[in-house]
Design a protein around this ligand. Structure first.
Ligand code: G
Ligand code: MN
Length: 262
């Protein structure tokens, strides 16, 4: 009998083990934090919502995005909703809270019940919760379709994250009920220098408008990019030009600042 020892495989398994163990400890020690990046409505200059982003600084693995680890996703969704409800008491006017849901979790049997429980326990308005999913789950796989259906029954909003860079199946957009498209930063990076990119963004915005999806543009870093995006009819913008992700204790201050500006 022969056995092949694959160094790369065991290294990956070891990394995974180390990371999951670290994440468990991080939850216990509460080293894992959420930061919130504002999304601005360019027509009214008001806050459309926030995207909750997890930050975890591991001593030996560095800054890691922990979104693949299911107990972490559950924790993130719960915390983000609880925060949204608390901030809404202060802010009065409505805003949305977006959380990233990994494709792996999207098909986990615990996902829909957990989202339902989170809405019930935190009291967030279902439509104020936006689940961001990447294009890979927007396919006409029957399992995905039934999850989309259940989420729609709960009343939560769904955004297609990183739109345009993955497998965009236009056919599946025909079957699925989506609320927002998030146009990926990849396009915004070149919107000033590449006319083709500008046409692509224009087309995505028009597609969204015809389908009655909200359009969120990610990764806007400069005034010049914003000017072009406004010309193209873009509605909601997220990016360093407006704000980097903010720590939770500074969010109320941010609400006040925006109110003063308007
Ligand atoms: O689409 P996704 O959820 O993967 O993107 C969120 C990530 O993009 C976050 O890590 C956030 O910090 C980052 N991000 C948001 N706006 C900007 C920006 O304007 N510039 C850059 N470089 N990164 C951004
Ligand atoms: Mn996202």
């Amino acid at each position: 009998q022969y056995a092949f020892y694959q160094v790369e495989l065991s290294r990956r398994a070891e990394y995974r083990f180390k990371m999951e163990q670290g994440l468990r400890e991080a939850i216990e020690k509460e080293e894992l934090t959420l930061v919130y990046q504002p999304q601005i409505d360019v027509h009214t200059n008001e806050i459309f919502g926030f995207e909750a982003l997890a930050r975890w600084n591991h001593t030996s693995l560095g800054a890691i995005s922990p979104i693949e680890f299911i107990p972490i996703i559950e924790r993130i969704v719960f915390t983000a909703c609880k925060q949204a409800v608390a901030w809404k008491k202060f802010n009065k006017s409505a805003f949305k809270m977006s959380v990233n849901i990994s494709p792996k979790y999207f098909l986990d049997k615990e996902m829909v019940p957990l989202i339902k429980e989170t809405i019930d326990v935190t009291g967030i308005l279902a439509s104020d919760l936006v689940l961001e999913v990447t294009e890979s789950v927007v396919q006409t796989d029957t399992r995905n379709l039934s999850v989309f259906q259940s989420l729609k029954e709960l009343g939560v909003s769904i955004a297609i994250d990183d739109f345009g860079i993955g497998y965009s199946s236009f056919a599946s957009l025909k079957h699925l009920t989506v609320d927002h498209l998030k146009i990926d930063k990849y396009f915004i990076d070149e919107i000033l220098t590449d006319l083709k990119v500008r046409f692509l963004v224009k087309s995505m915005i028009e597609l969204g408008q015809h389908m009655e999806y909200g359009i969120v543009v990610e990764g806007v870093e400069t005034k010049e990019q914003l000017v072009v995006l406004e010309e193209l009819g873009c509605e909601i913008v997220q990016g360093y030009f407006f704000s980097k992700p903010i720590e939770s204790e500074n969010v109320l201050e941010y609400f006040s600042k925006i109110k003063e500006e308007n």
